[in-house]
Design a protein around this ligand. Structure first.
Ligand code: WT7
Length: 647
């Protein structure tokens, strides 16, 4: 492997940033040598109602697994995001909302945010929602989505945001799993000029969820939707009936703040549960240092609030820091591929945080759409969600940032709550494609498949040796699944599911998932979920799904499908199956390639040999390994002959 180019820290960054290289090293060492002392100090960066005296109470022991931070402190997350800024920043813009159409935007100050969130909280109370209730939020990217989340936090209800691109079935599964009694949605969403029937989807989902007693509907498009008497209320009407006074509920540090469903290698999506105190400390601290957020910066994270990036780095982290955070309803290619940069110019964005898949899609359009914008305000660029290939990194750096802006490639997960491995812009020399070094308090370890810790420059399974405040606490309703998924394969450590290389400088290079989880355009998808959607189709007998390299999406979805006896493969059926998966899970799960497989390669005990299927999908069958243990070695030749990815 050739030595990658190194981009040293620009001097003005080293001078101005919260941490230069020296400060990073000192703080990192302190955080590892004495985690208790380190977090006792930094836990104070947020406002507590009752200060904590205890800092860390964690056991990764399978028999008694628990993770508690600041456990005797009390606080309220929404008060940390809003009320505490009212004394000095009431008229500062908290949220810049940029609509799908470039003519549509809005600025919300901290004072206005306070009033909106209090009113939304009072609407929830009027609907009978109490502390501890689970509220499902199925919303487009409009300010009311942020108000709804913060309103839940204000009254101590636990929000579960479901991405607006998920199907009615996926929504129903998530409502049922956490026994939500309330859904907040909108009539329709708008993205890239197209409408998304959120209320109609909700109605369909609720046919399966009779326990939902209240649906609050925000008007976004004014489209025609059905309202069910006694269950559905228009937000605007309910809001007109409540006051703007709503004191924040005093929550324990370990009270749940939210549940967010994410895909694993097996089974249904898991309800990742985050609690209040540690999450607020960790997201605000990472936002502060990784983005080097200063008080007058305009910060834009392009994620959707339906994903953890939206929770931690559009909402909770930035607002806890009193930031101006931009929320964008649309897509980067509408009305033109210049949109992202036009938005940067229009609002004077200084910090821009996006996903490699978006960059690759824009890269394809050439430099023209970028170059016709100024981008003078940009100071720092960020990347998240999947490994960024060096070509995309260099394009981001040279074309978008004109060589002026450091790039922070931030590695983390829904489970981690916040960023674990990332450069700090004033401290870390950059190597394109590397997430570089751990954040304060994070101790990455690489282990081999037997769990042996590997030293020095090496490659292995990425684990984290000890807890950090933003870590998930459990799988909602299934603590055993939490233990089994993350703490069993390598006892005593948190296993991330990612493979990783560490180079001679101690830099980390994430190589992607080592389990059956796909990363399609930065969205996580379990192969098992797509398989179970496929086999739910009446004509399908069996299905196996794997990922393959995809130029834009990072990974594409490749499905091997065995039809029932008597069913004939056809182009029409292929389209029908793609459509089927879209409607079962959502558009993000659409198979890119479907191969008709008369048989799947199985061991004599009936286990599907995914390794072989992956190789064929990657169009690399030079080295299929030992196929002699297969029950019917002949199927492999058929699969190779009829492979769909002949690139
Ligand atoms: C998985 C987590 C992090 C919030 C959004 C995704 C991959 C994430 C990076 C990165 C390489 C990355 C990992 C991880 N991933 N960021 N900077 N470099 N890989 O959260 O849906 O929970 O997915 O995304 O494979 O395990 P998520």
């Amino acid at each position: 492997m050739s030595e990658p180019q190194i981009f040293p820290v620009p001097q003005d960054w080293a001078r101005r940033a919260y941490a230069d290289e020296n400060a990073y090293r000192k703080m990192y060492e302190a955080s590892i040598d004495n985690p208790e002392g380190f977090w006792r100090e930094h836990g104070q960066r947020i406002d507590w109602i009752k200060p904590y005296t205890k800092v860390k109470n964690v056991s990764y022991d399978k028999g008694d697994l628990h993770i508690r931070w600041f456990e005797d402190g009390t606080l309220n997350a929404s008060a940390n995001c809003i009320d505490r800024h009212l004394a000095h920043r009431a008229d500062k813009v908290a949220i810049i909302w940029e609509g799908d159409e470039p003519t549509d935007d809005k600025k919300i100050t901290y004072r206005e945010l306070h009033e909106e969130v209090c009113k939304f909280a009072n609407v929830l109370k009027a609907q009978g929602i109490k502390k501890g209730d689970r509220v499902t939020i199925y919303m487009p990217m409009i300010p009311e989505a942020a108000y709804a989340m913060l309103a839940c936090a204000r009254i101590g209800a636990v929000h579960s945001v479901v991405f607006g691109g998920f199907s009615p079935d996926s929504l129903a599964g998530r409502i049922e799993d956490c026994a939500s009694n309330c859904v907040i949605t909108a009539d329709e969403g708008v993205r890239g000029g197209r409408k998304i029937p959120l209320k109609a989807n909700t109605d369909k989902a609720l046919e399966k969820c009779p326990d939902v007693k209240s649906v609050i509907v925000v008007k976004r498009t004014g489209g025609d939707v059905a309202m069910k008497d006694g269950r559905d209320v228009w937000y605007e009407e309910a809001k007109a009936k409540v006051g703007a006074d709503c004191p924040p509920e005093e929550m324990n540090a370990e009270d749940p703040l939210f549940i967010l469903y994410t895909s694993g290698s097996t089974g249904k999506p898991k309800g990742v549960m985050h609690t209040t105190g540690g999450y607020m400390v960790y997201t605000s601290m990472t936002h502060h240092y990784v983005f080097d957020y200063h008080d007058d910066d305009v910060y834009w994270c392009t994620a959707d609030v339906g994903w953890v990036t939206g929770h931690s780095y559009i909402l909770y982290g930035p607002l806890a820091n009193g930031a101006t955070t931009l929320m964008f309803e649309g897509v980067p290619t509408y009305p033109s591929p210049s949109r992202s940069w036009e938005v940067c110019d229009k609002h004077g964005v200084n910090i821009f945080y996006t996903a490699p898949t978006a960059l690759r899609a824009l890269m394809r359009e050439g430099e023209g759409p970028v170059k016709k914008t100024s981008r003078k305000s940009l100071r720092l660029l960020g990347s998240v969600g999947e490994p960024i290939n060096p070509e995309a990194w260099l394009w981001y750096y040279n074309v978008v940032g004109e060589g002026r802006c450091p790039i922070v490639d931030t590695w983390w997960q829904t489970e981690t709550g916040g960023i674990l491995i990332s450069p700090l812009p004033g401290a870390t020399a950059l190597k394109p494609g590397s997430a570089t070094l751990p954040f304060f308090g994070i101790k990455p370890v690489l282990v081999d498949n037997e769990g042996k810790e590997l030293e020095g420059a090496t490659q292995g399974n990425l684990c984290i040796a000890d807890s950090w405040p933003g870590q998930m606490r459990t799988v909602y309703g299934d603590h055993q699944r939490f233990i089994d998924t993350y703490f069993s394969q390598f006892p005593g450590k948190y296993f991330t599911g990612d493979g990783c290389r560490r180079d001679e400088d101690g830099y980390y290079w994430i190589t992607g998932r080592v389990d059956d989880v796909l990363n399609v355009s930065g969205h996580r998808m379990g192969t098992a979920e797509v398989e179970s959607a496929l086999v739910a189709h009446a004509k399908v007998a069996e299905a196996a799904v794997v990922g393959y390299p995809h130029d834009i999406k990072g990974q594409g979805i490749y499905a091997y499908v065995t039809l029932n006896v008597g069913e004939e493969p056809s182009e029409e059926l292929r389209k029908e199956l793609v459509q089927w998966v879209r409607s079962e899970i959502g558009p993000i799960a659409s198979p890119d390639l479907i191969q008709w497989a008369p048989g799947l390669p199985k061991t004599r005990s009936g286990k599907i040999m995914r390794r072989i299927l992956r190789k064929i999908a990657e169009n690399d069958f030079s080295n299929l390994g030992d196929t002699s243990t297969l029950a019917d070695p002949g199927v492999v030749n058929d699969l190779i002959d009829n492979r769909q990815n002949k690139s």
